[in-house]
Design a protein around this ligand. Structure first.
Ligand SMILES: Nc1ncnc2c1ncn2[C@@H]1O[C@H](COP(=O)(O)OP(=O)(O)OP(=O)(O)O)[C@@H](O)[C@H]1O
Length: 417
């Protein structure tokens, strides 16, 4: 009985230790992956700043931590193995001694002693087997805890609640007294009392200083966040009541840092397009985005695999614009689509905007740009400052107003001169 409870205690201790070790190993692996990924993608930065030694030190630190954990894990296993074998052999010796004496005294028969020894051996090895597997089980539990946590997360309300689908999306967007605070900075209002209306097929540019809330405005429009106060109406319907999948399928969005995937250029342009599209449609979208010429000059053209260093920032932007155009969206949103562009690409983007305006398929366009030259032809320019709309009008009207927009234009002209 005492032996069994000692064995059980050791097993429990060992199991607990294995679980802890598995957790630490998992954390280490995640961090090591992160360090490795960071080091790869920031290789240039590391080289330029000459921080190779510092990075090497960080990696060494984690390796030492892993070595320490492995050492302690081996020591714990050694202890468990040693204790078990000592107990096992001691049990056998005691059983033979006491059993032998009992046979001599005539209390039990030799057959009974043999049976007892065989059964106890069977019991002890079964206990050993359970202990060994229990530790692997604990290791798996420790490693899979995070996975189960993620699997346990419930879907966002957006996808649980089946919203309404309109007959068609006209592209009328209205912000009604919208305010927004990020959860992590609940004391700082990012958007305050935003009221404005975008008419169907209108080209509206949003400009302002860095951090004035332009991207947040677009993220609310895409329902990536919900307004803290106020509401957004799409074609007169509250955005939160619309079927989000249906709504997003009708939107073309080019973000600040468009992501391309490790697949060929054609698949990158088709990405997320639910319609049946042929290669000629892909090429037409690429032409509209001024991407066709450089894609055709690549060795495998549209079948070229997108690799890390294959394309420049401007070329990635143009592929992302082609991706957005291919969806034939009712609302096209370009967030700082010109920020990573050189003068030639900027000229192309102006062409894209002209093309979009002259296109037979009418659509609402919202463009956020730092390069104000790109958006002078917009129907309306919304100027933001510190989370508020401070001016609104077309290019000439705003220049005459001589406010923030005029100042930004002068500042950019000075910078170019
Ligand atoms: N996820 C976030 N959590 C907390 N604060 C955020 C988050 N994203 C943005 N902010 C803050 O919200 C404010 C507005 O950011 P936003 O990106 O909308 O500005 P922006 O006008 O688009 O800036 P930029 O022109 O530099 O892109 C900034 O002060 C920013 O620090």
């Amino acid at each position: 009985m005492a032996i069994c409870s000692t064995l059980a205690t050791i097993m429990l201790f060992y199991g607990q230790y294995q679980k802890k070790a598995a957790k630490i190993t998992q954390e280490f692996t995640a961090s090591a992956n992160e360090v490795a990924q960071e080091t790869l993608s920031l290789m240039r930065t590391v080289r330029v700043y000459g921080t190779e030694q510092q990075e090497f030190g960080r990696y060494k630190h984690w390796l030492e931590k892993l070595a320490d954990i492995s050492l302690r894990q081996s020591a714990a296993y050694g202890f468990w193995s040693f204790s078990f074998h000592t107990l096992y052999h001691a049990t056998q010796v005691i059983a033979v001694l006491i059993g032998g004496m009992s046979i001599l005294a005539g209390h039990i028969t030799a057959e009974q002693l043999t049976k007892f020894i065989l059964y106890s051996e069977w019991l002890i090895y079964s206990a050993w087997w359970v202990g060994d597997n229990l530790s692997s089980l604990m290791q798996s539990v420790g490693a899979s805890e995070k996975v189960f946590q993620l699997m346990g997360l419930s879907s966002s309300n957006q996808f649980i609640m089946k919203g309404s689908q309109l007959q068609s999306l006209l592209g009328r967007i209205e912000f009604v007294n919208v305010s927004y605070y990020y959860f992590s900075r609940s004391m700082v209002p990012v958007l305050q009392h935003i009221n404005f209306l975008v008419h169907p097929n209108e080209v509206v540019a949003v400009v302002g200083l860095s951090g004035s809330g332009k991207s947040t405005l677009v993220h609310l429009m895409l329902r990536l966040y919900e307004p803290t106060n106020g509401q957004i109406l799409i074609d007169g319907y509250p955005l939160k009541d619309l079927d989000i999948k249906w709504f997003r399928e009708r939107i073309g969005y080019v973000g600040q840092e468009p992501r391309l995937f490790r697949m060929d250029i054609s698949s990158n342009i088709r990405y997320g397009c639910t319609k049946d599209v042929e290669q000629k449609d892909v090429e037409r979208a690429a032409k509209q985005a001024y991407a066709h010429d450089f894609i055709s000059s690549l060795p495998n053209g549209y079948q070229t695999l997108v690799d890390d260093d294959l394309l420049s920032g401007g070329q990635k932007q143009r592929i992302a614009i082609a991706r957005a155009i291919l969806r034939e969206p009712s609302i096209l949103i370009l967030d700082e689509a010109t920020s990573a562009l050189d003068a030639e690409s900027e000229h192309h983007v102006k062409g894209v905007l002209r093309g979009v305006r002259n296109d037979k398929t009418k659509r609402t366009v919202i463009i956020i740009a730092h390069r104000l030259s790109t958006i002078q032809a917009a129907d309306r320019i919304v100027v933001m400052d510190d989370g508020r709309i401070v001016e609104m009008g077309n290019h000439l009207e705003l220049l005459l107003k001589d406010g923030l927009y005029a100042r930004l234009i002068r500042r950019q002209a000075d910078a170019v001169a």
